[in-house]
Ligand binder design. Structure first.
Ligand SMILES: [Zn+2]
Length: 320
């Protein structure tokens, strides 16, 4: 797979002043799709993908059903190209913490990420907190990662998710919510809406951006927002996505996560890519206590090659 590093400093060219990248309202009713990008500040590729979709579909309002909102998550961290400033913005989405953030005035909110979350909630609350929404709310959280290659979707086994995502042909990872707490995805699902995280490729690469764009386009069609025949080059997106995922397993489930603790000095051994096969006992990483071996046999996911982050790597296995 070709993965040209996108060395143009995107973060300097992008104006983050507007958290709402765009809001495309179709002329007829339908699902509300909310795409969030950059909840981690070193993951700006989703922003570009959302822009592309909005530009492409701007002239299609008359045949668009429902609404597509594109949003930016952690503006302050994006400016610094860091995962986060004070705390991980995708680990604080607990009902109690969010309610406190909602109740507190902005100048009394303690961390940069909680201020960002407060401003984001002001936009999405009317949709996600609606008691009986007439149409489904679909929340897509766009991410990238530090390892090379691969793309996948983190989902629950909720049938609505599986039905929608099956049409994307992107590998589905189940059960990660058991290992990751306080994520936006999990919170949105708990509100009764459809939510998933789309891990699109390596940070700052065209590959991640193209995958996000193709994935969003295919998802809007799968959700019924627009018919494929209305998009002149829809096959281009669909075939591209299929080509990226043909060799990858379709459905895998979580087996194991290596947790990094403060001062562990965790270092992944070089060369691991998403979906590389590992055997129990393989030497995967080092920390100050010595060698870290694979605890299970399966596929490796999200091996960590960056400084910030508490998840060293995941091991998953194909679903029966
Ligand atoms: Zn992320």
């Amino acid at each position: 797979m070709q993965e040209t590093k996108k060395e143009i400093s995107q973060t300097e060219n992008i104006e983050y002043s507007d958290r709402l990248i765009g809001d495309l309202k179709g002329t007829s009713s339908g699902p509300i799709v909310i795409a969030l990008s950059g909840i981690h500040g070193n993951e700006p590729t989703g922003i570009e993908a959302i822009r592309h979709i909005l530009e492409k579909l701007e002239s299609k309002r008359s045949v668009f059903h429902g609404r597509f909102l594109g949003l930016i998550g952690n503006i302050e961290a994006l400016r610094e190209r860091k995962r986060y400033i004070d705390e991980d913005m995708n680990r604080i989405w607990f009902t109690s913490i969010l309610d406190k953030i909602r109740r507190t005035s902005i100048d009394e909110v303690m961390t940069a990420e909680r201020r960002e979350t407060k401003k984001l909630l002001e936009i999405i609350d009317p949709f996600i907190l609606e008691e009986k929404p007439k149409h489904p709310v679909i929340f897509v959280d766009l991410h990238s990662f530090s390892a090379e290659s691969g793309l996948f979707v983190i989902s629950t086994r909720d049938e609505r998710n599986i039905e929608l995502l099956a049409q994307l042909r992107v590998p589905l990872i189940f059960g990660i919510e058991k290992a990751l707490h306080g994520t936006a995805l999990k919170y949105i699902q708990n509100t009764g809406n459809i939510g998933f995280a789309f891990e699109t490729g390596q940070h700052f690469t065209e590959f991640a951006e193209d995958n996000a764009t193709a994935g969003l386009m295919c998802m809007l069609v799968a959700a019924g927002c627009i018919s494929a025949s209305e998009i002149d080059d829809f096959a281009r997106y669909y075939d591209y996505l299929k080509a990226q995922t043909d060799d990858l397993p379709h459905k895998v489930e979580f087996l194991y996560k290596h947790i990094i603790e403060p001062d562990d000095r965790f270092e992944m051994r070089p060369g691991f890519k998403n979906f590389d096969r590992v055997q129990k006992g393989d030497w995967l990483a080092n920390d100050r206590h010595g060698k870290i071996l694979a605890q299970r046999t399966g596929y490796i996911l999200m091996p960590l090659y960056q400084q910030q982050g508490e998840d060293g790597f995941f091991i998953v296995q194909e679903c029966e």
